[in-house]
Design a protein around this ligand. Sequence first.
Ligand SMILES: Cc1cc2nc3c(=O)[nH]c(=O)nc-3n(C[C@H](O)[C@H](O)[C@H](O)COP(=O)(O)OP(=O)(O)OC[C@H]3O[C@@H](n4cnc5c(N)ncnc54)[C@H](O)[C@@H]3O)c2cc1C
Length: 328
Amino acid sequence: MDMISDFDLTGSNTFGLKSSARRAVIVDDPEMLPALAHESAASGLPLRILGGGSNVVLNERLEAIVALMRIGGRQVVRRTESETIVTAGAGENWHDFVSWTVAEGVPGLENLAGIPGTVGAAPIQNIGAYGAQLSDFFLSLEAFDLKDGVVRTFDAAACRFAYRQSHFKAEPGRHVILSVTLALPTVWRAKRDYAGLDLLPEQASAQEVLDHVVALRASKLPDWRTLGNAGSFFHNPVVSAEKAAEIAGAPRYPQPDGTVKLSAGWLIEQCGLKGFRLGPAGTYARHALVLVNHGGATSTDIAALANHTRDKVRERFGVELVQEPIAF
Ligand SMILES: Cc1cc2nc3c(=O)[nH]c(=O)nc-3n(C[C@H](O)[C@H](O)[C@H](O)COP(=O)(O)OP(=O)(O)OC[C@H]3O[C@@H](n4cnc5c(N)ncnc54)[C@H](O)[C@@H]3O)c2cc1C
């Protein structure tokens, strides 16, 4: 196994945060996992799993072995009258995988186009966008259990998916996802019941929906290649109906259990923090929910801005914001 010492991770996270790891290894074969688990135990260095680095806040120095997930492969497994089963290796780029399914004549995932990162990370927070989420299509995944040293298969129930949540977030670092298998419906209709997508004609093709979603995303979010970011930095908070009623003018999204989801971006904007800057970190001028790296920021700079934002929202509205990207 080729281990690289003092590996520079600055180019391996979409925030572009300055970071390095004691050791790093490119994982392109599931068979590498047992040896890697052994190496981690023998060296006393924890194993950290990194996909596309689009949902992490990396510390300046990681005293760890960082596994850069590059396991490839994608396949149409079978087509039945009701569904088409597709599978992909954890290291496949998510957007490329979505584009490939549409090109193969297997629509369904187009609303999730343009989300950065890898297939293997998609179940971690049950990625979602434009009225769809991974769990709508999920069949199973294979993961290496670092604790017990075996490969396990998880079905949807075992993954315990919820809004930006899964079983894997509850037990971080235990399972290395190797591949993901999805079931896409054979009878397909464009899902247009989401703001912005309603502009599409009823008979829009999956490719047209995909292109439209990519264009919408580009108009709202900064391109991480030119302005480092990790997408939405805070979850939209879910509060009691009474609490929501106290906040005048807030957009409210009632939930089936009687609670109300609020817009974290709106709350931040009301605190005057849209386009705010604190050192090299800032909030995006066009979308207050996105924290950005104006150049040379470290995790300390992002943490300072995140704390400032959380404090202002708590003081003004009594609402606690929870960070979405995982710190490590
Ligand atoms: C501009 C931008 C827009 C975004 N828009 C959205 C959006 O619309 N919807 C959405 O849901 N998310 C969005 N995100 C967040 C991010 O793209 C997703 O969370 C994505 O799934 C992260 O994939 P990744 O490969 O980059 O994961 P990483 O950032 O590398 O890792 C994230 C977490 O998953 C773990 N992990 C990664 N791969 C594996 C694996 N194979 N096995 C086990 N654990 C693993 C890591 O250890 C880490 O804890 C956005 C991010 C950006 C930068």
